[in-house]
Design a protein around this ligand. Structure first.
Ligand SMILES: O=C(O)CCC(=O)C(=O)O
Ligand SMILES: [Fe+2]
Length: 326
């Protein structure tokens, strides 16, 4: 079960400090920034998981193909992770396996590498982690069928990062409590939008019993996309417009605190966000749904106005204008 502890605390005891602050390196988060600014919808992608030893989460990729990080408060987990695309080698007519360990021949948790082994050859000086000369890059294992995967053990106090679109399966090796946080930003928004389009193509293929291409059909696909994928074209457009709007306001000097948990983004960061969000927005607007569906026309007008504003903006960045996130 997804326990939205951060959101519950914010709604019930808004004056208390949040029970965790997002680490700075993963603070650029368009997804939760969007939801936190809409308290009436009260959603977020910040969870706490409590699992007793022996329980597990089946093989999956995360919602929207977002990134995720996961910190163990106590206990230990085993993760099997497949680089993006490797899961296709496992696809059959019935889809992807529920339990990937038996398919890979990796039933035993004993082969999972802990952080000590993973850090072998990596040196730390002045707090900065560097690869030493003897560092061996972490190599994936390969199953008998040629599927590449990582098998790692996460102890208490350690954080896992799951890249966008990587399928994974997770076991609680001991009674475990973890904080799990899904997000996306300028670095993976292209994968998130690509996945949204692939999900829409699936919905259209499922519904296309006849050669229907009426507005009514397109509109039903949007309703179904919302129900199955969690977001449709209107919501993604709204999120991108929201992201661009806030950054334009900040660049114009109207607003400074932009991000999650009070982080401030530097100018370089804001400019990069605007460029990447605009690129995806332009791609979305080229779709026929924006010309044909009444619900989307409103978003098209708003998006076109923003893109015009971006067009005339000076988006150059020099090194003296504070690119740091603080
Ligand atoms: O900890 C778990 O059981 C699941 C975690 C997970 O799938 C994730 O963080 O993406
Ligand atoms: Fe996951």
């Amino acid at each position: 079960m997804d326990w939205h502890l951060q959101r519950e605390q914010r709604l019930r005891r808004p004056d208390d400090p949040p029970f965790y602050r997002t680490p700075r390196l993963v603070a650029s988060d368009w997804l939760n920034e969007f939801w936190e600014a809409r308290p009436e919808k009260a959603d977020d992608y910040r969870f706490v998981y409590v699992g007793v030893a022996g329980t597990w989460t089946p093989f999956h990729a995360d919602v929207y193909r977002s990134f995720s990080w996961s910190a163990n408060v106590c206990g230990a987990k085993r993760w099997i992770l497949l680089p993006h695309g490797e899961e296709e080698k496992l696809r059959s007519l019935s889809g992807l396996p529920f339990d990937v360990a038996s398919v890979l021949g990796a039933e035993s948790a004993d082969q999972a590498l802990g952080s000590k082994e993973l850090r072998a050859g990596i040196r730390s000086s002045d707090g900065a982690v560097e690869a030493g000369e003897d560092a061996v890059p972490l190599q994936p294992r390969t199953s008998a069928d040629g599927v590449r995967y990582f098998d790692v053990r996460q102890e208490a106090g350690e954080v896992m990062f799951v890249p966008s679109g990587w399928h994974h399966q997770v076991w609680n090796l001991r009674d475990t409590i973890s904080i799990n946080h899904n997000w996306f930003n300028a670095s993976n928004i292209h994968l998130v939008c690509e996945h949204l389009m692939a999900s829409l193509a699936d919905v259209r293929a499922e519904l296309a019993i006849s050669q229907d291409s009426s507005d009514e059909f397109l509109s039903q696909c949007q309703t179904l996309l919302r129900a199955t994928h969690g977001m449709n074209l209107a919501e993604m457009t709204e999120l991108l417009c929201f992201t661009i709007n806030r950054r334009l306001a900040a660049l114009a000097g109207g607003e400074t605190v932009m991000g999650l948990d009070g982080y401030r983004y530097g100018r370089g960061h804001l400019v990069y966000d605007v460029k990447c969000a605009s690129r995806e927005l332009r791609r979305l607007l080229a779709r026929e749904e924006f010309r044909r569906l009444e619900d989307l026309k409103r978003w098209r007008t708003e998006a076109e106005r923003l893109l015009e504003e971006v067009e005339v903006l000076d988006l150059t960045v020099d090194d003296t204008t504070g690119n740091e996130t603080t």
